[in-house]
Design a protein around this ligand. Structure first.
Ligand code: GCO
Ligand code: MG
Length: 412
């Protein structure tokens, strides 16, 4: 079962996606997600120019060996572009192995450890009324855990707040947030940490008063705080019993979390921009976090993320895999198979893709009563419709960035 064909497919139904499709000489196909939001074509080149020539003729059954070969033979290691490319190959090979065995991928990973995956959705509002409406809308759809992002008085636009009218019109999905904007320049947003820190606890108090103590609530600070500011936020949110507080400090400095940890019992999640187990070495060993945020797509695939999560399990740290819409349905399916199989699953982020995306990628994972299940198709259970994909050529898009009032660039 050798790899006979390797195609890199770029499509932009509701947003850009990069997909690797491998075909074996006995006709099996496998898909892998290689989407790196705002830097998509860098991964396309890495795959097309450097990886595809190495794959042709290789034994498709040798997943671990292919991973080690691509990682070690490049000499230049780690980094989001490399790890997204390796992830796509790895995921496609798991898809093929599942199809060859006639089994869904989660069976190959040890079988189901639970009936389904608790998933959280993104509620947001510029005002409290909008936020409450957005939470109600998510609950009505079936979500049983909610990420809460709020506008801050005095700031024009801020991470995590959906501009509903446009998003709904474009994709059919209401009240979900898509940060990448199509265009030739990134959008500039504004930021003020003191206003944010003053405003957020009052919002959580209002949300708890409205929705009661049971509903799991999450919040993403998106890398914006210093360690002492993060410690203060965690402490001030303790009365509202958050499921997690995410990315409180810039992810590059993992030691920062020591200080945060000393001051608060609010659970911490980090890792959506990490790409290997080495990024997690300290935060797992020192038990500085409670949830691993990585996606299969950005962390070298199922093979490598499973190793990270197995390591985390020794410290009672659980999964909280990244699942915004910039993870394609292929990347989502991979996450759902992995999450069903591992023992230390925590929660799965789940933003629904738009209708065009669902036409390009035929998916068999299901979302019912707030829980995801990968389904029982052999492999990952996702197929790519090449004709549909061909209708939507790549469109340049950038993530926004931030400036403070005096013009200084700040973490976004
Ligand atoms: C999340 C993330 C995303 C990222 C996006 C960048 O928690 O879902 O923070 O919203 O900003 O994936 O591409
Ligand atoms: Mg995040």
């Amino acid at each position: 079962m050798n790899i006979d064909k390797a195609e890199v497919i770029v499509t932009s139904p509701d947003r850009n996606f990069v997909t690797l499709k491998l075909t074996t000489d006995d006709g099996l196909t496998g898909l892998g997600d290689a989407t790196l939001n705002g830097r998509e074509l860098a991964v396309v080149s890495y795959l097309r120019d450097h990886v595809v020539p190495l794959l042709l003729g290789r034994d498709a059954a040798r997943i671990e060996d292919t991973w080690q070969f691509l990682y070690r033979s490049a000499y230049w290691r780690r980094g989001p572009v490399t790890m997204a490319a390796i992830a796509a190959v790895d995921t496609a090979l798991w898809d093929i192995k599942g199809k060859a065995a006639g089994m869904p991928v989660y069976q190959l990973l040890g079988g189901a450890s639970r009936n389904g995956l608790l998933a959280y959705g993104h509620a947001s509002g510029t005002t409290l009324d909008e936020l409450v409406d957005s939470i109600q809308h998510h609950l009505a759809q079936g979500y049983r855990a909610i990420r809460v992002q709020t506008g801050v008085p005095g700031l024009k636009s801020i991470y995590g707040i959906s501009s509903n009218a446009t998003f709904e019109a474009n994709s059919g999905v209401r009240y979900d947030y898509e940060p990448a904007q199509r265009g030739v320049r990134p959008k500039e947003e504004d930021w003020d940490t003191r206003s944010y820190l003053r405003h957020v606890p009052a919002v959580f108090e209002a949300v708890r008063n409205e929705f009661g103590p049971e509903l799991p609530l999450l919040h993403d600070a998106h890398h914006r705080l210093t360690p002492i500011q993060a410690a203060r936020l965690g402490k001030s949110l303790e009365p509202y019993d958050l499921f997690w507080l995410e990315d409180v400090t810039p992810a590059e400095n993992q030691e920062a979390l020591r200080l945060v940890r000393q001051h608060t019992t609010t659970p911490l999640a980090i890792g959506e921009i990490f790409n290997t187990v080495w990024d997690y070495q300290q935060v797992i060993r020192e038990q500085l976090i409670d949830y691993v945020r990585s996606a299969v797509t950005h962390t070298g695939g199922i093979t490598h993320l499973k190793k990270i999560l197995d390591y985390a399990s020794q410290y009672q740290i659980k999964s909280g895999m990244h699942g915004p819409t910039d993870i394609s349905p292929v990347g989502m399916a991979a996450a759902v198979h992995l999450g069903l199989a591992i023992h230390n699953f925590g929660i799965q982020e789940y933003m629904q893709h738009g209708t065009k995306t669902d036409q390009v990628f035929q998916q068999s994972f299901t979302w019912k009563d707030g829980f995801l299940h990968p389904g029982d198709q052999p492999g990952l259970g996702v197929e790519l419709d090449l004709d549909e994909a061909g209708k939507y050529p790549y469109t340049q898009a950038y993530l926004p960035y931030n400036r403070l009032a005096d013009g200084t660039v700040h973490d976004w």
